[in-house]
Structures are given as C-alpha cells and as structure tokens.
Ligand binder design. Structure first.
Ligand code: AMP
Length: 734
C-alpha cells in the first residue's frame, strides 16, 4: 500500500517559546502562508497526510492545520533532515495568525512550504530515494524534463499566495534514435492505477522494484510547482495538493477521440484538464502545454524502463507490454506508440488475461479451461482460455472499459457527501483539493474494508462553510459498502455469463477462476464468483503481479525455440458504417486471430470517381455507438456506369489484434489510391452516416460478391496493383 493511502498522522509539537513573536524571531524563515518546514530526524514520504498541532510552551495553540508532506530534505543519516508540510486547511485562529504575523515577510507569501536558509540544496531530496546510494551503472534514459533551475529557497522562485503560479510544462522530447532490438526483453503491465514490470532471471519470473522499494509504480505523472515533471510515487505524493497538474488514469483515455461520447461523459470526473489534441484525440493540458496520452504513457513507461535498467544493470530497449483484452485497435496502436516514444521496441502487445494465464499455467503442463477475471482500477475484463500444455488459446472474451475500482470509490464518495449533508444540514462545498482528499479517504476505507468490517473515514477540516471549518467524519461498514457497490460486482458477473454463453459454455465448464486486478480483493467478488461458478477462485496468482510476470514469461519465451503458443480472439467486431447509420461487421467478435476477410464495394452513381468507407470497431448494430477507427478514401476510380466498378477491401487483424487494411480495385486493374481522411471528426462521420438516406442504393456490404458483380468483367489479376494503407500509421496521429 502506498503512503497516500495512509490515514492522517497526528503531529503534536510543543515549542520552547512562550509567545508567537519569539517563535517567529527564531523560525520565521520556516513558515509561509502555504506551509511550514520542520526539522525532524524521522521524516515521512511526500504525500503523507498530517494533522499538525503546534503549541507554545504555555499550551496556547499556534498552528492547527491539516497538511501533507510536500518535500523532504536529507537522506537517512546524512545532512539536515526535515520535511516541508503544505497546509491544506487551517483552523480560523491559525489563519488569522498567519495573515497578520506573516504580512510583512516577503518570503512568507508563498503558497507552499519553502526550504529555509541554511538547509542547502544538497540536502534537498524529493522524494527520498533509498536506492540513491547505489549509483546506477547505466546512464539513465533521457530525463522526462530538465532539472529545475531555480533553487527552491531562492526568493525569486516565490509565487504570491493570491496568484498561484501555473508552471510551464517542459516539452516532451521523444527519443531520437530508433530503439535497438537487442538486449533483455522485459514484460510491462501498464496499469490504470499502477504499473509493474517483470523479468525472467535464471528461469524464474520476478517483479522489478520501484526506487522506493515498491513492487509497482503508480501510473501517475505530475507537473510540480517548480515546473518539473515527476512520475510515480512523487507524482502521487502531490495528488492531494496539486490535483489540477496531476495526471492519473491515462489508460482510460488513451487512443480515444476527444469528441467521443465516452470522453465527453467522463472528462469532468478527472481533476486535471482534458483537452482536444492536434488531431482531435483526447489529450491532457499540463501547465500551458498539451500532452498526448501517448506522451503521458511514454513518460510512465520511461520510468519503468529506467528502473529496469538500474536493476538489471544493462540497457533495456525491448518490451512486451500488456493491454486490456477489451482494448480496441486505436488503443492498442496508441500503447505501441507510447512504447516507442519511451525508447522501447515493443516486441509484442499482449492481452492482460493471457498474461495472467501464463503466470498461472507456465511450465505446469496443464490441460484446463480457465476464466481470468480482471477487475483493476479502471477496467474489467473476463476471458475464457483453454490451456493445453504450452498452447494458450483464448476462446471468448468480453469486458467493460469503464468499470473498475474507481467506480467503487465514486459510489463511496457520493455516500460520504450525502452523510455530510445529513450531519451538518449543509450541502458540501469544496474545491478540487477537498474532493481529492475525500476520494483518497474513500479509497483507503474501501481497501481496509477488504480486511475488516468497519472503518472510520475522517477528513479533518475538509471545507469551510460560512467561515466555519468542517470535518468529514463517517463510519463506513462493509455491509454498507456492499450495499453501495453490489450492482458493480453483479455487472462483472453478468459479463462473465455473457462471455461463457458466447461460446455455449456454462459456469461448470470452467475448471479454475483466476482473479487479477487490485479490486478483485474485495470479498464480495470472491463470494459472488464462488456462488456463480460453484467453486472458489484459485489462490495461485498474485492479483497485482500476475500480469507483469506473465508478460515477462512471454518475453522470455520469445527467445526460445520451444516457446509458448498464444491464440487470441478479436475482442470486438470490426466493420463498416452503412448509410442510415447501421454497422456491418466484417470480422466478428471472438474471431480467432490472426484473421482476414474481404469486403466488396461498388459504385452507386455513374462516373463515380471516389468511394469512401468508414471503419468502426464495436458490438453495437449502430455505427455511431462503436469506436470510429477512420475513413478509407478510395480515389481515382475509372469512370463507368453505376455498379461497374468494384473495390475489394481486405481487413487483416494480426495475432496482437492490430488491424491492417488493403484496398484493391478489381474491375480495370488501374491503380486506386487510398488515404485515410483525417478531416472529419468521429462525430461528424457518425452524424453524416445517420443522415444518409438508408433507401439509397447501398454500396453493397458483403463479403460475397455484390449483386452488380455478376455483370462485371472479370478482374485482371496481373495488373491489380494493391493499394496498401497501414490504417493505423495514420490513425495513430488522428
Ligand atoms: P490495479 O489497476 O490492478 O492496480 O487495481 C487498482 C484498484 O484496486 C484500485 O481501485 C484500488 O483501490 C483497488 N484495490 C487495491 N487493493 C484493494 C483491496 N485490498 N481491496 C479492494 N480494492 C483494492
């Protein structure tokens, strides 16, 4: 469990001064309106919530505040150690004291704690890095951002409290060189909440540790107040104090169009700003810059790569990266791109459940049908696999990319706010920081309730209403948590049922249920699984590590003569949009991969020189409800009578679920040029399709020859120049 999941720590300090003036005379440099620097032999990591109670020797209270550790100084046993606490909420007396006592002190106007004079930058360390004493053997990969130039204690670095500084985000510098395809291959689980990497050493898969000694790295990136990009635990540490500049949950947004209903629906749930990118994709605004989600994910992957290099003590530039089985083609391509930006040659994109199955079955010569139930921070997948010694075949898969731990947290937060209103008679009014603190407390309570039956949720001074401070203080029981979230667990069981039924299977046909994803630790999940399948889930895999270990095992097997064979299926149908807004699947969901199918179109007007086909992925009969992958534009067609020109489009999906499309004009042999138009937003395409007259003679949608084809001259194979479009090369930049 990471530090920001702890309950606030009470820090009561009795000062050796009788008056505030004496205190200020000696330690005024340590105090600002935004925080305080405390020397201490024992420091807490950044992000630790603290309730600070500072009293004078007379017992009179000087400062009473809820705060969070913003930075720490010094290493264990070296230099001056201490920590900068950033105030979150002050009691009114403290506020009055700071307003009046600090008004004449220029340095004290800062909105955050400052490093006082006398504590040299050499002592300054954010965050504490226990591995720092072992110098890395390999030079680190390109840093995410230049080091801050201003010394933290420099008065010029101060931001006036009234106008919080918006830092300038450093530009993202992708690596210039193509990743070299040599050296070790690591497995990476790029998770919604945490990322984890693994490697097979001496035949045994192991998890690579983060700098702080954790098995996972939070998938969080932040721009700190000094304009530096931080990744992982330090970024998580500032989530409470700087939520606007802290990006989490990128996995839910990557590869999606900004205009898509999904992004529009969820964008306000994130505390940071989601904005349209250059090509209409969902992107993130940090400081004054827009970052693509590929860039954000790349920065997380770079961190993971750097950790791996430090641990393996050699350069790492190859990886197997996992994605949810339910990811569509856009999302898979985006992850591939992120890997490349991070300097990694992506050997393979692997579905998470397949990775978990590898962690479960590798080397055990099993002959079993299993179901992998993966409930993580943001997504849910259920997949049925048949294991036959070294062959891992996915037979059915399904899921919900918007069902995960975060939805459990949201349900708790809603309940807490209702309770607040009941207790105080006031509607909760709080800013982003307050909401973030409540979310944090809700998640902490949720995790604790996996082990115990009740838990007090106490967020001190969470808000001020009519100049009066209020705490949030609610005791949550497991029973209540179950009542609040049972529908979410029921939904996961429904998906399991659908996935089984898609292959005519019943729950009893599954020999083992493998649970992965942090949220699968919720006891209600175990209960419902046991009831539905008639047996408890296996305890053989670690829910947080299985996916990374499975990816590492596949990475290891890639170099071997007798490696494993993975047979996957297409998670969602791929097809074309038809006039009237209908969707015509060309490749069906659960088609075994690799798969290939053709679709034939013919002209619907005399002398028609161009044809357009919009491609979607999803399981809805309405094109508009599926994910828009792009529009293929076929130009330069021979001018003939209506129906005389035929174009055959081949859809090929690789074993990684990546789509490639080729188009052939088959009536005259003249070359057809095809491009993917980027002019239209997905919404415009969907709207246009919906408006087109469904009774207009359709461009025939079939894998069989179109009716007009009977009257067509036979194709001229020798001259049939294939026009090949790597759809995704272009779509990735859409
Ligand atoms: P993952 O994406 O697999 O890292 O899962 C992260 C999700 O699991 C987050 O929503 C966590 O709150 C949740 N989680 C982690 N530990 C527990 C636990 N002990 N009980 C319930 N949920 C948990």
């Amino acid at each position: 469990m990471t530090h920001s999941n702890q309950a606030p720590i009470g820090l009561a300090v009795k000062l050796p001064f009788a008056t505030p003036e004496e205190f200020l005379a000696k330690y005024g440099a340590n105090l600002t309106r935004g925080g305080i620097y405390l020397r201490s032999r024992t420091v807490k990591p950044p992000g630790t919530p603290i309730t600070l109670d500072l009293k004078l020797s007379t017992g009179a209270r000087l400062i009473y505040a809820s705060a969070v550790v913003h930075f720490v100084t010094g290493q264990q046993g070296q230099g001056v150690s201490g920590m900068g606490l950033r105030f979150l909420t002050l009691d009114p007396e403290t506020k009055r004291f700071l307003d009046t006592a600090l008004a004449p002190l220029p340095h004290a106007q800062s909105a955050e704690p400052l490093l006082p004079q006398g504590v040299g930058p050499a002592d300054y360390a954010v965050p504490p890095q226990p591995t720092a004493s072992a110098p890395p053997v390999v030079p680190p990969v390109a840093p995410a951002a230049p080091e801050p130039s201003a010394a933290p204690s420099s008065p010029t670095a101060l931001a006036p409290a009234a106008t919080p500084m918006v830092p300038t985000a450093p530009a993202f510098e992708p690596l210039k060189e193509e990743p070299k395809r040599e050296g070790p291959i690591i497995g990476i689980d790029l998770g919604t909440t945490n990322s984890c990497s693994g490697y097979v050493r001496n035949g045994k898969p192991e998890v690579l540790h983060s700098r702080e000694g954790h098995n996972t790295v939070p998938s969080i990136l932040a721009l700190n107040t000094r304009g530096k990009m931080v990744v992982g635990h330090p970024a998580k540490g500032q989530m409470l104090t700087n939520p606007r500049q802290t990006v989490y949950g990128a996995k839910r947004l990557v590869g999606r169009a900004y205009d898509s209903p999904i992004v529009q629906h969820i964008k306000d749930r994130f505390h940071y700003e989601i904005a349209p990118g250059d090509s209409g994709e969902a992107a993130v605004k940090l400081g004054n810059r827009i970052f693509s989600l590929q860039q954000i994910s790349a920065l997380i992957l770079r961190e993971v790569r750097e950790l791996a290099q430090n641990q393996l003590q050699q350069p790492v530039s190859r990886a197997v990266i996992t994605v949810p089985a339910y990811y569509n083609d856009n999302q898979r391509q985006a992850v591939r791109e992120a890997g490349q930006l991070a300097g990694l040659y992506v050997e393979r994109i692997l579905n998470e459940p397949t990775a978990a199955a590898l962690a479960y079955g590798y080397g055990r010569k099993l002959n079993q049908r299993i179901l992998v139930y993966d409930l993580g921070g943001g997504t849910f997948d259920a997949s049925v696999l048949e294991l036959n010694d070294t062959v891992y075949e996915v037979v059915s898969t399904g899921g919900d990319t918007f069902l995960g731990g975060i939805d459990f947290d949201n349900a708790i937060v809603e309940h807490l706010l209702e309770e607040f209103q009941k207790q105080t008679g006031k509607a909760f009014q709080g800013d982003r920081v307050a909401m973030q603190r409540i979310h944090d407390a809700a998640e902490r309570a949720k995790c604790a309730l996996s082990e115990r039956s009740d838990m007090r949720v106490h967020v001190a001074f969470v808000t001020m209403i009519d100049n009066k401070p209020y705490d949030l203080d609610v005791t949550l029981t497991r029973k209540k948590l179950i009542a609040l979230t049972e529908r979410l667990v029921d939904r996961t069981i429904e998906v399991c049922d659908e996935v089984l039924k898609a292959k005519g299977l019943a729950p009893k046909d599954v020999q083992e249920v493998v649970l992965v994803g942090g949220q699968s630790r919720f006891p209600l999940v175990h209960e419902k699984i046991t009831k539905f399948f008639g047996k408890p889930p296996t305890k053989n895999v670690h829910p947080d590590e299985a996916v990374a270990l499975g990816a590492a095992l596949l990475a290891h097997s890639l170099g071997q003569v007798e490696g494993v064979t993975l047979i996957d299926v297409l998670p969602m149908a791929i097809g074309v949009g038809l006039p009237g807004g209908r969707f015509k699947p060309v490749l069906e969901r659960n088609a075994a991969l690799p798969a290939s199918k053709t679709y034939t179109l013919s002209t619907s007007r005399d002398n028609q020189a161009e044809l357009e086909v919009s491609i979607f992925q999803g399981d809805s009969e309405r094109a508009g409800e599926n994910e828009y992958l792009g529009t293929l534009k076929l130009a330069g067609l021979p001018r003939r009578s209506r129906g005389e020109v035929q174009v055959t489009i081949t859809f090929e999906v690789s074993n990684e679920s990546l789509l490639k499309v080729t188009a052939r004009e088959s009536s005259t042999g003249r070359e057809v040029s095809s491009t993917f138009t980027t002019r239209d937003t997905p919404e415009a395409v969907k709207a246009r399709l919906a408006q087109e007259n469904p009774t207009e003679p359709p461009a025939p949608a079939s894998q069989a020859p179109a009716p007009a084809a009977a009257a067509m001259p036979p194709p001229l194979p020798a001259k049939m120049a294939g026009v090949v479009g790597w759809l995704k090369g272009l779509f990735g930049r859409r």
